[in-house]
Ligand binder design. Structure first.
Ligand SMILES: [Zn+2]
Ligand SMILES: [Zn+2]
Length: 331
């Protein structure tokens, strides 16, 4: 079968590799769609180190092609693939947060991923039936939709609460939608005017571009301090904005693989008792919830289909900020 494999120190190659065979308890999925994620750029830059060649791609939907012994999932079932694979033995996995178990186990990082014609999955528990959802629209939901969903859950916001969404790219677009669906007063923050226009289409109540005094403009747009900030960028500057706009008991959630550092020392501009938490991906239960919301027609998923051969060029466009919505490889 054909696969896009990253060779550390060399680069991405589209090559022929053996089609995997599912062992006991495992599932072989014929890939219908695999979302193209910024994390792949970080892997290829060496920020997420790989030691051996790996088929990338962790946002997968497809059709069950073959099953190993003991799998109660019918061949032909369309599924979304949960990608935050864990050991399924530890306490973290036992409580259902497999994605927090061990980074090296993740699909497309610790195991061969979905930029290929077929994908071997260690357990049917990670195959969630699409039940009518379009695989091309479902694939990005497994990460670009799931991570913002978990981030939004962790804000503990209620209807009418005020939230700032910082960075409205591939993930932030969904952050805006979940906040809007929950009835929050939603302020979208980005440096790109087109992304802010898109945020308004998706339900943002107000927008702030990053050319001026961002904290003051967020507070003006929100009508005061905000209850939560979801930061999809994660650099020192964006984290500091958050501490300047959060009110008492404010929640700052850093979603995805951004970083940055933040100063929490007391100052009169900063609300009291701020909580700062990170969010890594989401868990299988949350993915089911995201797919349910999509099935109700309540999520706007913008995709652009590309072939496996177009993947290297698609990564270049992604790096240059030229991909709108999510590029999805249809192998
Ligand atoms: Zn991703
Ligand atoms: Zn585990």
């Amino acid at each position: 079968m054909r696969a896009a494999r990253f060779h550390p120190g060399e680069g991405l190659r589209i090559e022929d590799v053996p089609r995997p065979t599912p062992g006991p308890g495992e599932v072989l999925v014929e890939v219908a769609a695999c979302g193209v994620c910024h994390s792949d750029l970080h892997i290829m830059d060496g920020d997420i180190p790989l030691v051996e060649p790996r088929t990338l791609g962790h946002e997968v939907a497809g059709t069950v092609a073959e099953t190993g012994d003991g799998v109660a999932l019918d061949v032909g079932t369309d599924v979304a693939v949960f990608g935050g694979w864990g050991c399924r033995n530890c306490e973290v996995c036992a409580r259902g947060d497999d994605q927090l178990c061990n980074l090296s186990n993740w699909l497309g990082i610790g195991h061969d991923g979905g930029y290929a014609e077929y994908l071997r999955i260690p357990t049917a528990d990670y195959c969630i039936p699409l039940d009518g959802l379009d695989p091309v629209a479902a694939a990005p939901l497994t990460d670009a939709g799931l991570t913002p969903y978990r981030a939004f859950q962790k804000t503990d916001l209620d209807t009418g609460d005020r939230v700032a969404i910082v960075g409205v790219g591939g993930l932030g677009e969904f952050g805006v939608q979940f906040a809007h669906l929950a009835g929050c007063h939603t302020v979208a923050v980005d440096q790109v005017p087109a992304k802010l226009e898109r945020a308004v289409e998706l339900g943002a109540d107000a927008t702030v571009d990053t050319s001026g005094s961002v904290p003051r403009e967020i507070q003006d747009a929100a009508g005061g301090s905000v209850d939560a900030v979801i930061d999809f960028v994660g650099v020192d500057e964006t984290l500091q904005w958050a501490t300047n706009v959060l009110g008492a008991d404010g929640r700052l959630v850093l979603a995805g693989i951004g970083g940055g550092s933040v100063d929490f020392s007391w100052n009169p501009l900063v609300g009291s008792e701020i909580t700062y938490r990170t969010v890594q991906w989401g868990n299988p239960t949350e993915l089911r919830a995201v797919l349910d919301i999509a099935r109700q027609g309540r999520l706007d998923v913008r995709t652009e289909q590309v072939s496996l051969d177009e993947l290297p060029e698609t990564f270049e466009r992604l790096e240059a900020g030229e991909v709108e919505g999510r590029a999805v490889v249809v192998p």
